[in-house]
Design a protein around this ligand. Structure first.
Ligand SMILES: NC(=O)C1=CN([C@@H]2O[C@H](COP(=O)(O)OP(=O)(O)OC[C@H]3O[C@@H](n4cnc5c(N)ncnc54)[C@H](OP(=O)(O)O)[C@@H]3O)[C@@H](O)[C@H]2O)C=CC1
Ligand SMILES: O=C(CO)[C@H](O)[C@H](O)COP(=O)(O)O
Length: 477
């Protein structure tokens, strides 16, 4: 039988769709899944693409079905299953073969796996894939980390299956070892912030203005034709419009307000904190998901404390306020993306990756969950000012901040007065306000630290005296 050009292990949502995408582009692919019945189902559902697929029922059969040197994509549950699979594959693969982990791995695990395989003759690629089920099937955004030489060997097949934006591939090699998975992690961190801010605006529309799900859907649908045009706004409009087939009620009104999370948002926040780079909108979004899971505590607290603030928002002009909401969401989005890119810039230095910022924005323009027209603007902004210390000081984005931050301020103020939680939007505003203020208030923190711990401080006049005249200090109080 003719050998396959590539292999894929893990035929759940992502793996099966990626395998069909690979097959559809004319590549012969061998597939394997731990539970063999799923392989049978997959082959039946593959329809006409079956002729490009080689189903296998053991790892021996799988490896033998691929032409050496073998590229093997693993798309299984992230974490221990990946380590177990690599350990088993080592016994079956030969020198020159490439293991490509395409799941949502923690980039620190990817670096460890990359190092662990260094002397084995095998090559390891950590590859971030975004776009969910539909993206995997018809064109995901692909973020590759590993040696550039190993990428060259799989570039053709990866670019053939990736999404396209105005004819350009949404697939790129981003750097050594964990670079691809790091960038995918930050993609997801931004995704969390984007989703949280949309949910906060939905909360203002629903609870502040008393709009129905259908009315909210119409507003998001309209915004999807403006500068907010994006996949996440589009699906928000779609889900707000859908009715439950059982009750006929808006589907969204019947869903428990408890958000799941698998780890990538949290890892983004942890890595940002580790490097001392503020990613407040991402952190707020992760915390908001965690708080959402305290459903029982929240219901009990509402009974004890009651709902805060004025409840309803009664703007002088409803249309003007909704226009403010649109601009506030754009401003918040700028804050979240600026933070995500700042985290990647610092990680690039810390891990020696040389992450290409314009290229990252470029491969996120289509295929992935945060895809949007907005990312094309980011690509242009970084191309025009490659050494920008922050997205918001580039000419295009500083103009956008000045244009939109007034609306963000009015919206946050209205939400706070009404007692509606807007942690991510408020954190983006706080970020802008802190980042643009040359003289902040950390002088007092430095004085406090020196008072209680003799930590010292720098003086603005450069005088060489680095401790305050605190003495015994508290006598007069
Ligand atoms: N779902 C999504 O939208 C996205 C997911 N991802 C990432 O892609 C990867 C795959 O995701 P998804 O398709 O949702 O599937 P899951 O994360 O639900 O993983 C299920 C797959 O992993 C296999 N598996 C689990 N444990 C083992 C093991 N110990 N050894 C071998 N195989 C094992 C399962 O095999 P079996 O059938 O035998 O149980 C099945 O094929 C994950 O890392 C995920 O985070 C990335 C982007 C988007
Ligand atoms: O990677 C993805 C999208 O880009 C996956 O859908 C991931 O599961 C999203 O993260 P979470 O489940 O934590 O919301």
């Amino acid at each position: 039988m003719e050998k396959a050009e590539i292999g894929l292990i893990g035929l759940a949502v992502m793996g099966s769709n990626l395998a069909l995408n690979i097959a559809e582009k004319g590549n012969r692919i061998a597939v394997f899944n731990r539970t063999p019945e799923k392989t049978d189902t997959f082959v039946v559902e593959a329809g006409a693409l079956r002729e490009h697929i080689v189903p296998t029922k053991s790892l021996e059969e799988f490896v033998a079905a691929i032409r050496p040197p073998r590229p093997v994509i693993i798309m299984v549950k992230a974490g221990e299953p990946v380590d177990e699979l690599i350990a088993t594959l080592r016994n079956h693969l030969s020198a020159g073969d490439i293991i490509i982990d395409a799941g949502n791995a923690n980039f620190r695990d990817t670096i460890r796996r990359f190092e662990g395989l260094k002397d084995s003759g095998l090559t390891f690629i950590g590859m971030g894939v975004s776009g969910g089920e539909e993206g995997a099937r018809h064109g995901p955004s692909i973020m590759v980390g590993g040696t550039e030489a190993s990428y060259k060997r799989v570039e053709k097949v990866l670019t053939s299956i990736s999404a396209k934006f105005k004819g350009e591939d949404c697939c790129a090699w981003l750097g050594e070892n964990g670079a691809g998975h790091f960038v995918k992690t930050i993609h997801n961190g931004i995704e969390y912030a984007d989703m949280q801010m949309i949910a906060e605006i939905y909360g203002i529309l629903r609870d502040g203005l008393g709009l129905s799900a259908k009315e909210c859907s119409d507003i998001f649908g309209k915004w999807n034709k403006s500068r907010l045009e994006s996949y996440l706004i589009e699906i928000s409009a779609a889900v707000l419009k859908a009715s439950d087939p059982i009750t006929g009620k808006p589907m969204v009104d019947l869903i428990v307000d408890r958000a799941g999370q698998k780890g990538t948002g949290k890892w983004s926040a942890i890595e940002a904190q580790n490097m001392g780079v503020p990613a407040t909108a991402i952190e707020a979004a992760v915390a908001a998901r965690s708080l959402s899971s305290f459903k029982i505590q929240r219901e009990a607290a509402e009974k004890i404390l009651g709902l805060p603030g004025e409840g309803a928002i009664k703007p002088a002009s409803r249309d003007a306020f909704i226009a403010d909401l649109e601009m506030a969401l754009l401003a918040g989005k700028i804050g979240a993306y600026a933070q995500g890119f700042a985290v990647m810039a610092e990680a690039s230095k810390e891990f020696g990756w040389s992450l290409p910022m314009p290229d990252i924005a470029k491969i996120w323009r289509a295929g992935c969950i945060i895809r949007s027209q907005f990312l094309d603007d980011i690509t242009s902004a970084f191309r025009a000012m490659p050494d920008a210390s922050n997205l918001i000081i580039t000419p295009a984005f500083s103009a956008m901040v000045k244009e939109t931050d007034g609306a963000l301020r009015r919206v946050v103020a209205a939400a706070v007065t009404a007692g509606l939680p807007v942690p991510a939007l408020a954190s983006a505003l706080g970020y802008f306000d802190s980042y643009r203020r040359g003289r902040g208030t950390a002088n007092l923190i430095q004085a406090q630290r020196d008072f209680f711990g003799a930590h010292g401080f720098d003086r603005i006049d450069g005088v060489d005296k680095h401790h305050g005249p605190w003495g015994s200090g508290l006598a007069d109080f």
